[in-house]
Design a protein around this ligand. Structure first.
Ligand code: 26Q
Length: 801
């Protein structure tokens, strides 16, 4: 490799010529973007292959997840490799700025929201901490849909992220694995040892082709993601073809390829779909086979599996791993049951991300039997042996048995995947302190009673590289100067900021970085939505998936109340209220909420009385990329879920790191944020989890929580003030809130409005606000995903670093 002054420059021009087949003098900005990506990938490949050699004989983390929401890659890879400046200079030679090249980055939407993004932050931290790891998932041809807002409503457009080629992946067809579906189980007696054995004879065979995506850590290690694409085994069915059925001959290939065609765009329900189970088994089977082959190549006996791999299940989506590892060990590697079970249960751990009953995966036994007959047999056997343990501990307690059983017997018989995951794992963890407590006390109290030692907490974290250093360079530089650049990998250092909290110069610098972020977002809003917003107003932000439990409608009702107050001549501290988020395509109420917010924005933004006081913006197609624009610009972070419903939240942490103050309920990681920053630096409102529980059990009547102001606001909506006089459009939303209100919006609204007044009062005292902001930044170190990964290493994986 030539060692010249700017190696990157050489590498870019070589890739333009040899990889893209173009000449630099006629290459487009997009060509330069692609060439830079390839040049950067080369650097990462060196790091990765070096690390591989080192980790031959150490335990590796296999992070199994149906979603990896990795975001745009180029910008972060440049930052982590420390070659951003070099890239800037190289591009300058071609009269290009780094920003215009970065603009070309396409984001692979291989996840829905928090859970998928968490997996990506964890991959980044694993590399940064040089923990040997591999992320296993699915290479969906279409990621999460693109959200388009028209007539104030959400429309979904397919996300063809691979068109034009995506430079970060590398196919490894030689590592193709085969996966079966359907068919039958044959039982036979082994000719060698005379034991009774089983053999699965599937009726459909699918191939999984791996695509690897390198994930580079900060100036350090480089692990990879291995994403599987489903392919037909024999592309062509010659039987059908010979009979003249040309189209029929490719039918099978279409059926197979459907498996990795599209990400399910629901981050709640939609369990019970056969294709979803096929996706899960497909990637899990490919991944476990991959690990077993790797052991065989290294001449390691499969009984040593737990010393070489620790499997982390990202929710129950990959929980079929328990049965698949058992099957492979018993049917293919001929271990006896007890040995196989010991290997399996020593290797697997499960992270729970939700308490919502509708999000807990259950599969009909009949569907399971049709798709995975051998796995159903194995699950029944696991369950029998497990229930035997239960009977011993609770003799004669049949209620206990039915509560713990992996098979749910009420109604249609079904397999409870959380139970399978818990029985097959050595640890089960929640994702924030409160959530982990609720997992023990509400979700699985019987399991907790049986195996208290299995239950752990690992509070979520986010990577400060993407969510601070790279997306908010002005603030990052202020921090570099104030505490030294080491904060990037040791966020605890940020605590030193507090020694300077009375330094008005530093506070002013922080305020300035915020203003830069707000100007950037304001121009994005103006360019894309044609709405002018004032960067000196408070940017009050609610971005996340649209869900009733996250209560975007609580915020919207508060906005209506403020609108009425302004109309009535009240003083108001100017705010720009910003919403963003996708609704699952089949989630009617969430779509009503989006519709309502957009109608609200339309009326408010065109009302001269609101000028200089209130603006409302709905950012279409919220994504990782938009998040990187939004967090640095936020003054106020809205974390207002019904207490007990948000497992953790991770947006709350990204806002905090970027200096926003939080208004929130005692839910998920908000609890820990508040404990860390102190109650005077957090705007708390609403009922806590216990109070919500009591309200629910005593009988909740939302009408009891109406006051004059709230009634007026609801009335305004009812008469069609925000819907061109149409009284029907929002009737379902109103009905939901007033008569039913499953997420206690009205129970918390009055308090919420009054705490928003406190927020405004605090905003006016600028110095005081930025002091709070500084404290929030200074104490955000705990929410680095580096800390989370260290917790997993110590509490769950037993990996010493
Ligand atoms: C299940 C069955 C069928 C189809 C889809 C699904 C499905 C898909 C995605 C169910 C759930 C999800 C995603 C859940 C999720 O994002 N949970 C969030 O996880 C974050 C990381 O731990 C937490 O911070 C959030 O609180 C939690 O809501």
């Amino acid at each position: 490799m030539p060692k010249v002054k700017n190696e990157l420059l050489d590498s870019i021009s070589q890739h333009i010529f040899y990889t893209l087949g173009k000449r630099v003098d006629t290459a487009s900005t997009y060509d330069f973007y692609m060439a830079l990506c390839y040049a950067v990938r080369d650097r990462m490949m060196e790091l990765h292959l070096n690390q591989l050699n080192k980790s031959e004989n150490t335990k590796q983390v296999a992070y199994l997840s149906a979603e990896f929401l990795i975001g745009p890659q180029l910008g972060n890879n440049l930052v982590n490799l420390g070659i951003q400046e070099e890239a800037r200079q190289a591009l300058e030679k071609y009269d290009l700025t780094l920003d215009e090249v970065l603009e070309k980055s396409e984001e692979p939407g291989l996840g829905n929201g928090g859970l998928g993004r968490l997996a990506a932050c964890y991959m980044e931290s694993l590399s940064t901490l040089e923990v040997p790891a591999i992320g296993y998932g699915i290479r969906y041809k279409f990621g999460i849909f693109k959200q388009v807002i028209a007539d104030n409503q959400q429309y979904e457009v397919t996300d063809n992220w691979l068109h034009g080629g995506w430079p970060w992946e590398l196919a490894y067809p030689a590592d193709t694995r085969t996966v079966g579906f359907g068919g039958k189980v044959e039982h036979y007696t082994s000719a060698t040892d005379g034991t009774y054995k089983s053999r699965w004879v599937p009726s459909q065979i699918v191939e999984g082709v791996p695509y690897d995506v390198l994930q580079v850590g900060y100036k350090n290690g480089c692990n990879k993601l291995r994403l599987w694409r489903a392919d037909a085994k024999d592309i062509f069915d010659f039987g059908a073809f010979n009979q003249g059925d040309y189209l029929g001959s490719v039918e099978e290939s279409v059926r197979s390829e459907t498996i990795s065609k599209v990400l399910y765009p629901n981050d709640g329900t939609d369990a019970g779909r056969q294709l979803r189970l096929k996706q899960q088994f497909f990637f899990v089977s490919c991944s476990i086979q991959d690990m077993l082959v790797s052991l065989t190549k290294r001449r390691v006996p499969v009984t040593d599996f737990p010393d070489y791999y620790t499997l982390q299940l990202n929710d129950t989506h990959p929980s079929i791993a328990v049965a698949e590892l058992m099957r492979l060990l018993i049917d293919e590697h001929h271990l006896d049951w007890d040995t196989a079970w010991s290997v399996t249960s020593k290797s697997i751990a499960y992270t729970n991300h939700t308490l919502l009953p509708e999000a807990l995966e259950k599969w009909d036994v009949s569907m399971f039997e049709e798709l995975l007959p051998r796995h159903l047999e194995i699950i029944y056997e696991i369950n029998e042996r497990f229930l035997q343990v239960v009977r011993l501990k609770y003799p004669g307690d049949s209620e206990m048995l039915s509560k713990l059983s992996i098979i749910c017997e009420d109604g249609n018989k079904s397999v409870r995947m959380a139970h399978l995951a818990t029985v097959g794992s050595h640890h089960v963890n929640g994702v924030a302190v409160l959530h982990s407590e609720l997992v023990k006390s509400q979700l699985m109290p019987e399991f907790y009673d049986l195996w208290p030692h299995k239950f752990e907490n690992v509070t979520n974290g986010v990577t400060p590289r993407r969510w601070l250093k790279s997306c908010n360079q002005p603030l990052a530089e202020v921090l570099d100067n104030a505490v030294g650049p080491e904060w990037v990998t040791n966020m605890d250092i940020l605590r030193k900021l507090e020694e300077q909290q009375d330094d008005s110069n530093l506070l002013e610098q922080i305020a300035e970085t915020k203003l830069i972020g707000k100007h950037k977002l304001a121009s994005y809003i103006n360019n894309n939505l044609g709405v002018l917003v004032d960067p000196s107003s408070m940017f009050d932000v609610h971005v996340k998936r649209i869900h009733e439990y996250k209560r975007q409608h609580l915020k919207a009702l508060e906005v209506v109340i403020q609108y009425l107050r302004i109309k009535n001549g009240a003083d108001y501290v100017p705010r720009t209220v910003i919403f963003g988020g996708k609704a699952a395509p089949g989630y009617y109420m969430a779509k009503q909420i989006i519709h309502f917010i957009n109608c609200l924005a339309e009326v408010i933004n065109s009302d001269p009385d609101m000028e200089g006081k209130l603006k409302v913006v709905f950012l279409p197609n919220y994504s990782v990329k938009l998040g990187e624009l939004v967090y640095p610009a936020a003054d106020l972070s809205e974390q207002i879920s019904t207490a007990g419903k948000e497992a953790s939240g991770t947006g709350n942490m990204k806002f905090q790191m970027n200096g926003a103050l939080t208004i929130g309920t005692l839910d998920g990681a908000n609890v820990e944020i508040r404990d860390l920053v102190g109650e005077e630096n957090f705007f708390l409102f609403g009922k806590n989890e216990e109070e919500i529980g009591k309200l629910q059990s005593d009988g909740y009547y939302p009408r009891n929580f109406l006051n004059h102001e709230i009634e007026e606001a609801l009335n305004l909506i009812r008469v069609g003030h925000f819907s061109h006089g149409n009284q029907n459009i929002f009737s379902d939303l109103l009905e939901n809130i007033i008569n039913y209100d499953p997420f206690f919006v009205l129970a918390d609204l009055e308090h919420y409005v009054s705490v928003q007044d406190t927020v405004s009062a605090n905003w006016i005292d600028r110095e005081n606000w930025y002091k709070k902001s500084l404290t929030n930044i200074a104490r955000s170190g705990f929410f680095s995903s580096d800390r989370s990964i260290k917790d997993y290493c110590q509490k769950i994986w037993k990996i010493e670093r």
